[in-house]
Design a protein around this ligand. Structure first.
Ligand code: 5GP
Length: 196
């Protein structure tokens, strides 16, 4: 009998530490987790790699894929002209293979995906406060002042959607948050008894 795959959606304000947290969960969990690599029209940040962090596309390439119906969902995430989208090709084959596919997408994207996959495991990762978020974004130093302001504004709006998510993880202490997220996922896999 083939095992059914699962869809895991992780959202939360930019700077809430989702990527670091998920990286640790991937290393620690024994579940068959796989990333869905999103497409975006934003430029790569230093250290980001094509095909690993994102599929970096031009506006024209993105639009062609959108017109061709290749996206499960896509949105202009920060209303600053950059598009982000989940490619069907990143999700469906992995689910069919029995893997647990992890989507790190925004709130709007989540709403669109759960219409198609109502059983998706939705998790919201948040910092303890918006002040803490601002501090982290400034410390990261990869966005302009305007970008940070925009992200804080969007974060406030996103936090209002927290109740749509099945689980909330407060990422103040990375080790605790990793354990919490591993425990949440384990709940969906009765066969797994250990996550370390
Ligand atoms: P960043 O530019 O910091 O990598 O990502 C910005 C935001 O875009 C994050 O909140 C992330 O969750 C969201 N995002 C990344 N990929 C996708 C996607 O494929 N679809 C949607 N809707 N949002 C995405």
């Amino acid at each position: 009998m083939t095992k059914a795959g699962k869809l895991i959606i992780v959202s939360g304000p930019s700077g809430a530490g989702k990527s670091t947290l998920l990286g640790k969960v991937f290393r620690q969990s024994r579940l068959p987790l796989e990333w869905s690599v999103s497409a975006t029209t934003r430029a790569p940040r230093p250290g980001e790699t094509e095909g690993r962090d994102y599929h970096f596309l031009s506006n024209k390439q993105f639009e062609e894929k959108r017109a061709g119906g290749e996206f499960l969902e896509c949105f202009e995430v920060y209303s600053r002209g950059h598009w982000y989208g989940t490619l069907q090709s990143e999700v469906a084959p992995r689910l069919e293979a029995g893997n647990w596919v992890v989507l790190e997408i925004d709130v709007e994207g989540t709403m669109a995906v759960i219409k198609r996959y109502p059983d998706a495991i939705t998790i919201f990762v948040r910092p303890s406060s918006l002040e803490e978020l601002e501090r982290r974004l400034k410390a990261r130093g990869t966005e302009s002042v305007e970008d940070i302001e925009q992200r804080i504004k969007v974060a406030g709006r996103e936090m209002e959607s927290i109740d749509f998510y099945r689980h909330v993880v407060i990422n103040d202490d990375i080790e605790q948050a990793t354990q919490q997220l591993c425990d949440i996922l384990k709940q969906y896999d009765p066969e797994t008894t250990q996550t370390h």
